[in-house]
Design a binder for this molecule. Structure first.
Ligand code: BTN
Length: 242
């Protein structure tokens, strides 16, 4: 159900669809080590060990969400890689808008939010060769809640999470949506490699964090500040009370 909606022949050839996997990010890493091609998309109907940021898990029930990882092999210095996640966040919003007609916002740095709740998250990982410092690969893992009902979320995140179906009031075809996200990511990657496109402008426009008071957590210290702007590296510029 994904293939017919994928735009380019090249991307159609670099699509791996799995019924069940521990984590599409783990699968992508193994593929990378074994020579997997730049731009390969891995998508699974279920993850049994989905991983989130900061060592959290990402519950990935069968047939409900989109669990997708892109494998990239750009020839760039590792320091340049940090902006990829923010570009990907804009692309995921583009894909959702193309397929479902609603545009989510982004909570800095890369939580995709609709109706005030988290709809999607991104976990980017990369490998750098220890000896040379060369970038070996980057994988961008995207988890998107599509047809979840509230009870499909674990109790501890139920009040903070949402799905497209919950927001729209009807189920959404995952195949086409997934293809739209992959197509948007393909455009994003081409723009990111050349530094082109208006991703920074659109990230800033869609960033829900700006104009709000935020809590800055540094180790055990928490401090409040006002979120003013996004810098060119997608860093959050804050104003402290002093
Ligand atoms: C987060 O918000 O904490 C990031 C969640 C990322 C989840 C996706 S699902 C596809 C890919 N495989 C994983 O194990 N994690 C990412």
């Amino acid at each position: 159900t994904i293939l017919p909606h994928i735009r380019g022949e090249a991307q159609r050839e670099r699509l791996v669809c799995l019924d069940s996997v521990d984590s599409t990010n783990n699968y992508a890493k193994a593929l990378a080590v074994n020579g997997g091609a730049d731009g390969t998309a891995i998508v699974a109907d279920e993850q049994t060990g989905g991983r989130g940021r900061l060592g959290r898990s990402f519950l990935s029930p069968k047939g409900k969400g989109i669990y997708l990882t892109l494998l990239y092999r750009p020839d760039i210095p590792p320091a340049r890689a940090v902006t990829l996640t923010a570009y990907a966040a804009v692309a995921v919003c583009d894909g959702i808008e193309a397929a479902a007609g609603v545009r989510p916002g982004v909570k800095w740095t890369n939580d995709i939010v609709l109706g005030g709740r988290k709809l999607s998250g991104i976990l980017t990982e990369m490998s750098v060769e220890g000896e040379t410092g060369a970038l070996q690969y980057i994988i961008a893992g995207i988890g998107l809640n599509v047809n979840h009902a509230p009870e499909d979320f674990p109790p501890e995140v139920r009040d903070m999470a949402t799905s497209l179906a919950m927001q729209l009031g009807h189920p959404v075809a995952r195949g086409r949506l997934c293809a739209c996200v992959i197509n948007a990511l393909e455009d994003m990657y081409a723009a990111w490699l050349t530094g082109g496109g208006d991703y920074w402008e659109r990230y800033r426009e869609g960033c829900l964090t700006l104009g709000r008071t935020v809590r800055l957590i540094r180790g055990t210290r928490t401090e409040e500040a006002f979120a003013e702007d996004i810098d060119r590296d997608f860093g959050l510029i804050v104003r402290h009370p002093d």
